[in-house]
Write a new protein. Structure first.
Length: 172
């Protein structure tokens, strides 16, 4: 009788070992997969952090040098002004001619960078681009049209940078 219960206990232990062996193997595989997922997660977090730092650095550099092209194009205008100031011309016409050439250079640089002049003399008043300073009666202009411009307006890439200050005609 003593051998019989011992035999049954040994058989039960073999069955328990057989059952535990697949469970233990599965548990080990799941733990290995979990460790791998944790490692991948940490690596992806580090990659995202590096990418965020790189993007911040790139944005800072873009802000710092955003007007580099414009300023580079203005250098010849500065050179022209300095050269004009260095010349000892006796005539006002030579000075005026130099100023006109320099203004043309400056306006070309501005136009190349999206700046457009708003000079609306004779055009209908547009409250989106013009600011009326006063109104006058005018036989030469229809009512609601710009008679005189005090200060030109400017558009930058089709967006109003500064409205034109104008005098508008009114009806009699």
């Amino acid at each position: 009788m003593t051998t019989e219960p011992m035999k049954e206990a040994a058989e039960q232990a073999d069955v328990d070992t057989d059952v535990q062996s697949p469970i233990a193997a599965e548990l080990e595989a799941v733990q290995a997969e979990l460790a791998q997922l944790r490692e991948e997660s940490l690596r992806e977090r580090a990659d995202l952090d590096n990418q965020r730092k790189r993007l911040t650095r790139d944005v800072d550099m873009a802000r710092k040098f955003a007007n580099e092209r414009l300023l580079g194009q203005l250098l010849p205008v500065i050179d022209s002004l300095e050269a004009g100031l260095g010349v000892n011309a006796d005539g006002a016409s030579a000075l005026r001619e130099g100023m006109e050439l320099t203004l043309k250079q400056l306006l070309k640089v501005a136009a190349d960078n999206g700046l457009v002049e708003v000079n609306p003399v004779g055009q209908p008043f547009n409250p989106e681009h013009h600011q009326a300073m006063s109104t006058v009666e005018s036989a030469d202009h229809p009512p609601g049209h710009v008679v005189q411009v005090y200060q030109k307006g400017w558009l930058l890439n089709e967006r109003l940078l500064r409205p034109a200050l104008v005098v508008v005609s009114k009806s009699d």
